[in-house]
Each structure stands twice: as structure tokens, then as C-alpha cells.
Design a protein around this ligand. Structure first.
Ligand code: MHO
Length: 212
């Protein structure tokens, strides 16, 4: 199978997790995504309604031969405001999974600071990641119920573990763009009806950016 390749993990918090789920989901080299809660007090079980001191976070499984951690870091910095003060839930964090990720995260943070920016982003080791409630997984894709049903994406685990779900969660809001969609659509094994349905959404929303 073309996805049967070694992956690495990356975990970021950059505000409401719906937007980065779509942003990264359709990025080349991203295999799967999940949204959840990270970085809080051990022993506390966070939920959306009782998030405690956890942050909304996205965790990626990526193919490092297609997309580098430095490229993911660039997307992290470019797609939120790391100087804005928010409550902890929406704060900016890089949760690293190994020493190399830590070093690269610090390098990019120092580059930002060298420009005189007052960056609030914190870099911490990745601890336990708690999946968010099912209705938050691939949130944009889930707004298209018939499509999800037709694709057999029924449970939260289906949505978390499906590469196709990750891609489509970006495409339904125009992320990735029509050229990329057309170039990879044959690999996604969709039927003609699904292709034309998604294709018109990509065209409609391409270039409109992300919001929560
Ligand atoms: N403004 C959004 C934020 C959701 S996000 C998963 C809402 O409350 O609908 O925190």
C-alpha cells in the first residue's frame, strides 16, 4: 500500500484546532491527523467542556521523506499569531517528540525573536495526547454527512485513522487547491459522484483561507 511507510509525529497548538486540521490534512506528506488536548497537568483528563490547563492541539503523522519537520514548522509559524495573548486553551505551543525536533523548533523560534517579535510560543516535550471528542475530528469534513457516510467514515476512529479523511478535510474548505486535488485524486479511490462533489468545493473555497 502506498501509505505503508514509516512516519513521524508532530504536535502543535496554534489556536482553535479545526483550522490546522484542514491546513495540514491536505499538505503533501501528511498521512493522518488527530485533534485533541495536550500540555496540561498529568492526571487530569481534559475534555472540550473541561479542558483545564490543556491546549487545543493537532497531532500529525507525516512522511519525513516528503515533508520535513522544518517545513511543518514554517506552516506552524505562518498560520497563527504567536504574539497574541490568548487563554491557555488557544495558546501557541510546539510539543516536540525528539531532540532533533526540539533543536529545530528552538532554531525557528530564535529566528522569529531575532526579528524583534515578542513571541509567546512555548516549546515543551510532547506528553500524553488526549483525543478530542468525535465531533471535533475532521470537523469541516463532518459538515458533509452524506459524503462521510458514503466513504464509510462513521466513528471518530474512522476519521482519525483515515488518510482520505485527512485530505478531504482540507479539500472541502479549498486547502491544497484544485491542481493538487486533480493530481492526487486517483490515489484517493473515490467514486465519480464524490469526486465531482468535492471538486466543486475545492474550486469554490480555494484561496479563501481558514477560520474557526
Ligand atoms: N469559535 C469556535 C471555536 C471552536 S474551537 C474547537 C466555536 O466555539 O464555535 O475551540
Amino acid at each position: 500500500h502506498y501509505l505503508d511507510i514509516p512516519t513521524e509525529k508532530a504536535t502543535f497548538s496554534m489556536g482553535c484546532f479545526w483550522a490546522p486540521d484542514s491546513l495540514f490534512g491536505s499538505t503533501p506528506g501528511i498521512i493522518t491527523t488527530r485533534v485533541g488536548y495536550a500540555g496540561g497537568t498529568e492526571g487530569l483528563i481534559p475534555t472540550y467542556r473541561n479542558i483545564g490547563d490543556y491546549t487545543e492541539a493537532i497531532q500529525l503523522q507525516y512522511d519525513p521523506n516528503t515533508v520535513s519537520y522544518l517545513e511543518l514548522l514554517k506552516m506552524f509559524w505562518d498560520h497563527h499569531d504567536p504574539t497574541a495573548k490568548f487563554k491557555k486553551q488557544y495558546s501557541s505551543f510546539i510539543y516536540y517528540h525528539n531532540d532533533q525536533q526540539k533543536a529545530e523548533a528552538e532554531l525557528t523560534l530564535n529566528e522569529k525573536k531575532a526579528k524583534g517579535l515578542d513571541i509567546l510560543t512555548k516549546i515543551e516535550p510532547a506528553g500524553q495526547f488526549f483525543n478530542a471528542e468525535d465531533y471535533h475530528q475532521k470537523y469541516r469534513l463532518q459538515q458533509h454527512k452524506n459524503l462521510c457516510n458514503n466513504l464509510g467514515l462513521k466513528t471518530g476512529d474512522d476519521l482519525i485513522n483515515s488518510h482520505v479523511a485527512a485530505r478531504l478535510n482540507g479539500y472541502v474548505v479549498g486547502q491544497g487547491g484544485i491542481d493538487q486535488f486533480d493530481s492526487e485524486v486517483s490515489k484517493l479511490r473515490l467514486d465519480e459522484a464524490a469526486i465531482s462533489y468535492i471538486r466543486q468545493l475545492v474550486i469554490k473555497y480555494e484561496g479563501q483561507g481558514l477560520h474557526c
